[in-house]
Every structure is written in C-alpha cells, then in structure tokens.
Design a protein around this ligand. Structure first.
Ligand code: PEP
Length: 255
C-alpha cells in the first residue's frame, strides 16, 4: 500500500517570519490527521526554521531545488549534503518553472536525482507537457521520455526512495485542473514505464502525485483514482487553512 503524500510547494513565498506564523497555525490543524503524509517545501532561507519548528511533528520538510555537486565554486547553489543537514527528507527536482526559467534539462534532472539518492534524500521528480503538446495529443510522447531520462543509471531498491509528480504545465497556477480521468491515465502510464525500466514490484511502490491547481474542492475526486498517490500543491499550500483542507481530504469521504 502506498501512503498518500500531500506536498506543498511554496515557491518564492513565505519568508522566515511568515513561515513561523504558518506553522503556528498549521501544526495544530494537522496534528490529528491519520493515513496521509504531509510535506512542505519552503524557500531555502526558511528551511532551517521550518525544520526546527516541525521537529517532532508529523510534517516533513523538503527543498525546491538542489545542485548535484557535493561542494565547490558554484555560486548561489546548494548541495545535497547541505539539505541533509537541515534535515530535508525530500527535494523537488525538475519543476516546470525551473525547466522554463532556469534552463533545467532532463540531463540536469538526472544528475540531481542520482546525487540526492546517495544522501538518502527522496527526489520529487516533476514531469509534464505544455498546452500545445496536450492539444496535439503528444502528452505521453513528452512525459514518458522525461521519466526515462530522469531515471537513467538510477538504481532503485524498492521504489519507495523516489516520488514522481505529474504536473501538466497548462494546469500550474492557472486554475485549470486536469480531469481526474486524464491525470489517472497519464500516471498509470508513468507507472507502466517504471515497470518496464525496473519491475512490477518497484513500479507499485513508487508514489506518483498529480500537481496543477489542486484546491480543497477538487482534491477528493483526484484522490479517488487508483494510481494517484497524492498531490503537489502550489498556490493553495501557502495558506494554512486551505492546505489543511487539502490534507484532510479523507474527511470528505475518500478512502
Ligand atoms: C506547483 O507549483 O507545483 C503547482 C502545482 O502549483 P499550483 O498548485 O499553484 O498550480
């Protein structure tokens, strides 16, 4: 059984003082939630305080990016062992905003995935097509090669050490959410691709999230799909109340 993961990507929101206020509210809200894993991905400057504030709670902390080298003259970059020290359990790799604005490529995604796995940090690997590709029926032709390239020369023991997030670019921050059926179809195919690359057991253990305009009113339908193991939430994760409502989707009657 894959444990659902509800992940909040804060992007470039919430400085240190806003982070502390967020957790003052959010920790109380989620302390009794059962059967889901909750992770928050603050900006780098807020990671340390976020980790201190959530130590001993159920909330996991992750970073939004990482460099693949251990150390060196790479101004502005952060290494996997620096994240491990925080400690970060997760790191987002290959978010479409990084692919679009910061020249992230399938090759750098792969280097980052291999680097963080050496430190026991779980990558949340983002893949997804743009609107033109979707309209031209190219979704799987775009997404499955992204999956294969991210996993090139990656050895997996159980599959639990990585997470994928299927995030159609046209759905991120736009208010347009993929239908649960469309998201399920792509995610099912990502799982099949992982099975081809490794084996059925590993494919069944990898958690695959959906991301793109997830809100309290559409989470329930998404989580009813067999292969959707959670969500990566941007905008709606910055506010503790709205993110809590997404984390508490089981209380809307989803099992
Ligand atoms: C994201 O940043 O990964 C995301 C899915 O954003 P939003 O929920 O705002 O669409």
């Amino acid at each position: 059984m894959r444990r659902p993961l509800i992940a909040g990507n804060w992007k470039m929101y919430n400085n240190v003082s806003e982070t502390l206020v967020f957790f003052d509210n959010f920790i109380k809200l989620v302390e009794n939630l059962e059967g889901v894993e909750v992770a928050i991905f603050p900006p780098f400057t807020s990671l340390w305080e976020a980790a201190k504030k959530t130590a001993g709670t159920k909330i996991k902390i992750g970073a939004q990016n990482v460099h693949w080298e251990e150390k060196g003259a790479f101004t502005g970059e952060i290494s996997p062992n620096m994240l491990k020290e925080i400690p970060c359990e997760y790191v987002i790799i290959g978010h479409s905003e990084r692919r679009q604005y910061f020249a992230e490529s399938d090759e750098t995604v792969n280097k980052k995935v291999r680097a963080v796995l050496k430190h026991g940090i779980k990558p949340v690997i983002c893949v997804g097509e743009n609107l033109k590709e979707r309209e031209e029926n190219l979704t799987l032709k775009v997404v499955l090669p992204q999956v294969r390239k991210a996993l090139a020369d990656v050895e997996l023991l159980s599959g639990e050490e990585i997470v994928f997030a299927y995030e159609p670019i046209w759905a991120i921050g736009t208010g347009k959410v993929a239908t649960p059926e469309d998201a399920q179809e792509v995610i099912k195919n990502i799982r099949k691709e992982i099975e081809t690359l490794y084996n059925k057991n590993i494919a069944e253990n990898v958690r695959i999230l959906y991301g793109g305009s997830v809100k309290p009113d559409n989470i329930k339908a998404l989580m009813q799909e067999r292969d959707i193991d959670g969500v990566l939430v941007g905008g709606a994760s910055v506010d503790p109340q709205s993110f809590y409502k997404i984390c508490a989707y089981k209380e809307q009657g989803v099992e």
